[in-house]
Design a protein around this ligand. Structure first.
Ligand code: ADP
Ligand code: MG
Length: 279
């Protein structure tokens, strides 16, 4: 197991029950600065539950959660945020008719002058500089948020979190609703945040996206860690294999008639005996 050396956020033996149903069981995860730690898993694997624990929304039923080496028991997301743990959710909140710069500062607007007026100049300048800094140009910070693409919206949310001091950035399926091009925008930004020293937790059920940017991979299956591997140890096909049940799937394939395993990369196509072209 990872020794947690240099980890900013560390989970050990985490379990979580919902009315007697175990959503997570014995999960270990260590997240380090300047690294992208991917958490993968199929529907129901426990990804959202893990995010909820890390972001202070719920507490584990068992196990330990440490930040900077010291155990924490967050009672709210606010407490987690105060420790630099920010979560960007897929259905992130933006006010569509407000300009990008206003959305960037929503709820934390700087004010200026004797009448505490909104510091519009500063907000525009910072929003523009911060979104550019990590290398993705947005149309115009004066444009209403409604004109942003899905990928650009994620980018603004990530830039905002980093600007407001996120040391750990948890991304909840940031590419799930996006096409390849838009996903590319987000993944480039994920890498830029990592290069800026942020500890990124990329939660996804897309093994290809994960493998493009991930340094370490934790695959969950029905609440347990099915695989924990460094980048050099796995490829995207391995990740997909483990997400779909790994060894259990192999057993099932065997039981269902012992057809030869499909060609590497085309998982789940073992139901065509006689070698019909299994596409
Ligand atoms: N609030 C809840 N109440 C009851 N069961 C829950 C709750 N949240 C999650 N679960 C259960 O925990 C398991 C893991 O769910 P979840 O964390 O949402 O997985 P994922 O995000 O990987 O799809 C599922 O079996 C789900 O039904
Ligand atoms: Mg989920």
């Amino acid at each position: 197991m990872a020794d947690g050396g240099g980890a900013v956020l560390e989970l050990t033996g985490i379990a979580r029950d919902f009315n007697g149903v175990r959503a997570l069981d014995g999960v270990d995860l260590a997240v380090a600065p300047g690294r992208v730690s991917c958490v993968l898993g199929d529907n129901g694997a426990g990804k959202s539950t893990l995010i909820a624990i890390m972001s202070g929304l719920i507490r584990p039923s068992a196990g330990e959660y440490r930040v900077d080496g010291a155990p924490v028991r967050f009672r709210s997301p606010r407490e987690a945020r105060a420790r630099g743990i920010a979560t960007v959710y897929q259905d992130l909140a933006m006010v569509p008719l407000m300009p990008v710069w206003r959305n960037f500062f929503l709820g934390s607007e700087p004010r200026t002058g004797p009448f505490r007026a909104l510091d519009v100049r500063r907000m525009r300048r910072v929003a523009d500089a911060e979104t550019r800094r990590l290398g993705v140009a947005l149309p115009d910070v004066d444009a209403p948020a409604a004109t942003l693409s899905g990928g650009q919206r994620q980018v603004v949310a990530i830039a905002r979190a980093v600007y407001f001091g996120a040391r750990v950035l948890i991304l909840d399926e940031p590419t799930a609703a996006l096409g390849v091009r838009q996903s590319g925008i987000v993944l480039r930004y994920v890498r830029a945040a990592r290069d800026a020293g942020v500890a990124v937790v990329l939660v996804t059920h897309n093994p290809h996206h994960a493998h493009l940017v991930g340094d370490r991979f934790t695959v969950l299956a029905r609440g347990r860690v099915e695989l924990d591997a460094a980048r050099a140890e796995v490829d995207a096909a391995d990740l997909a294999h483990h997400m779909s049940g790994g060894a259990e799937l192999d057993t099932l394939r065997h039981e269902l008639g012992g057809a030869p395993p499909a060609a590497p990369g085309s998982e789940g196509a073992a139901d065509a005996p006689g070698g019909g072209d299994a596409r």
